[in-house]
Design a protein around this ligand. Structure first.
Ligand SMILES: CC(=O)N[C@H]1[C@@H](OP(=O)(O)OP(=O)(O)OC[C@H]2O[C@@H](n3ccc(=O)[nH]c3=O)[C@H](O)[C@@H]2O)O[C@H](CO)[C@@H](O)[C@@H]1O
Ligand SMILES: C=C(OP(=O)(O)O)C(=O)O
Length: 436
């Protein structure tokens, strides 16, 4: 097992590049199932453990996949006999695996997928996905932890989502591309990752209109064909570096960052005194000497993203004055703050809202990542804490951040990723020596 050791106190200065977006690539890889003809070539695919999980899911259903880490190119050939069953092993590892259901149902008329269950951030049901498939004529059976769906041919339908769920929007879009007739999806998710998926599907031959708005219309087509597509930059990885620069009084350029995708975060950071400038090849972030307090509420896009909530709370903790953070998307996403208590953070949780008392004098401590964004938030906290912070459970970090330690080090942070056992043997002097 590995842990991240962070020594606080350094400003982040320099250039960092945004990877391809995890939350865009996962459904897009699932969509390659639809291509009964031709190979699909995906570019700008990030090297993340979640990408390997979805790759394994595809391998398991007889799709040929190759991923070249050096070039970030992922190739999928789904022209063979695709199987309808995806094993528990991968779905249990990564909830996003559920998005193979729509493409399998569209292509084969049946799909069997392990029920994903909840995770550290909330219960995460899939009722909206299933209700949508039912409205399109599918029969759903839930048995022994698996959900099975059958429909000789899905039929176009008008479906209103009770909540603009990202996964349900993607699953239903992919189910509808080969359905009979027209599907209208209302109150859908509007995230940039939905738009990227729609572009990809359209390049494969689909007729998807309105992605990025509240209503998506899909005209069913007969056939989907492999294509070439480049994944959009990761707005959450970008946002994570924006916050890291903001709290360290840093000055960094995030190459390939798209400001349009990060509007709510940019607006809040500006309110806190951060300078954000658009440059030809990305976004420059200049953190102030002292951040100002601000109140934030997470919402579906174009609201403030829940995936930036944990990182933002660290900025709020070190800002001047009291801030609030209200989490409306997931019911249990303040777990990182319980860890932050060990780092001397001062806050009070009241239901969905946390009151963050600023000017916290954060102190290094040993803390465990409870989920992916908690991992990034705790490491950012380490950057502005006195002394050493040790962050464990890095398997969460690796789901969504490529070489996070190396990228931070290149920006001047004192961060080392080492084996937990070897760290136990290090004296204080040897720890200091890690960073000279
Ligand atoms: C791989 C991926 O893209 N993951 C993102 C996706 O997750 P995911 O697609 O799982 O998130 P959803 O938008 O579906 O979930 C949002 C809320 O809706 C609820 N819900 C969802 C589906 C359903 O059938 N019933 C239901 O009640 C969930 O429990 C949650 O409270 O969007 C989330 C919200 O922006 C992000 O945090 C995740 O990073
Ligand atoms: C919650 C996240 O991802 P997932 O939906 O894959 O758990 C995330 O990316 O922050």
């Amino acid at each position: 097992m590995e842990k991240m050791i962070v020594r606080g106190g350094n400003r982040l200065v320099g250039t960092v590049k945004a990877e391809g977006a995890k939350n865009a690539v996962l459904p897009i890889v699932a969509a390659t199932i639809l291509a009964s003809k031709g190979r699909t070539v995906l570019k700008n695919v990030p090297v993340l453990s979640d990408v390997y999980t979805i790759k394994n899911v595809l391998n398991n259903i007889n799709i040929d996949v190759e991923f070249d880490e050096a070039s970030n190119v992922f190739v999928a050939d789904a022209t063979g006999d695709v199987s309808w069953e995806t094993p528990f092993e991968y779905v249990s590892k990564m909830r996003a695996s559920i998005v193979v259901m729509g493409p399998l149902l569209a292509r084969l008329g049946k799909a069997k997928v392990a029920l994903p269950g909840g995770c550290a951030i909330g219960t995460r049901p899939i009722d909206l996905h299933l209700k949508g498939f039912e409205a399109m004529g599918a029969t759903i059976k839930i048995e022994n932890g698996f959900v099975e769906a059958y429909a000789d041919k899905l039929k176009g339908a008008r479906i209103y989502l009770d909540f603009p769920s990202v996964g349900a929007t993607q699953n239903l879009m992919m189910g509808a591309v080969q359905a009979e007739g027209t599907t209208i999806l209302e109150n859908v998710a509007r995230e940039p990752e939905i738009v990227d998926l729609a572009r990809f599907l359209n390049d494969m031959g689909a007729k998807v209109y309105g992605a990025g708005t509240e209503t998506i219309r899909i005209e069913g087509v007969e056939e989907m064909v492999g294509t070439t597509h480049s994944i959009i930059p990761d707005r959450i990885e970008t946002g994570t570096f924006m916050v890291a620069a903001a709290v360290t009084n840093g000055n960094i350029l995030i190459e390939d960052a798209i400001s349009e995708h990060n509007k709510p975060l940019i607006s809040k950071l500006k309110e806190m005194g951060v300078r954000i400038e658009e440059e030809a090849n990305g976004l420059r972030i200049i953190g102030p000497e002292q951040l100002k307090a601000t109140d934030v509420k997470t919402m579906p896009h174009p609201g403030f993203p829940t995936d930036m909530q944990a990182q933002m709370t660290i900025a709020q903790l070190v800002s001047q004055g009291t801030s609030t953070m209200t989490e409306t998307v997931f019911e249990n996403r303040f777990m990182h703050l319980e860890e932050m208590r060990r780092m001397n953070a001062n806050f009070k949780i009241d239901g969905q809202t946390v009151l963050l008392y600023g000017n916290s004098e954060l102190q290094g401590a040993e803390v465990a990542a409870t989920d992916l964004r908690a991992a990034a938030a705790l490491i950012i906290a380490g950057l502005v804490s006195e002394g050493y912070t040790r962050v464990t459970a890095l398997e969460h970090l690796d789901r969504g951040y490529y070489e996070f330690d190396k990228k931070l080090r290149n920006l001047g942070a004192d961060v080392e990723r080492i084996n937990e056992d070897s760290e136990k043997a290090l004296s204080a002097k040897e720890l200091d020596a890690l960073f000279v």
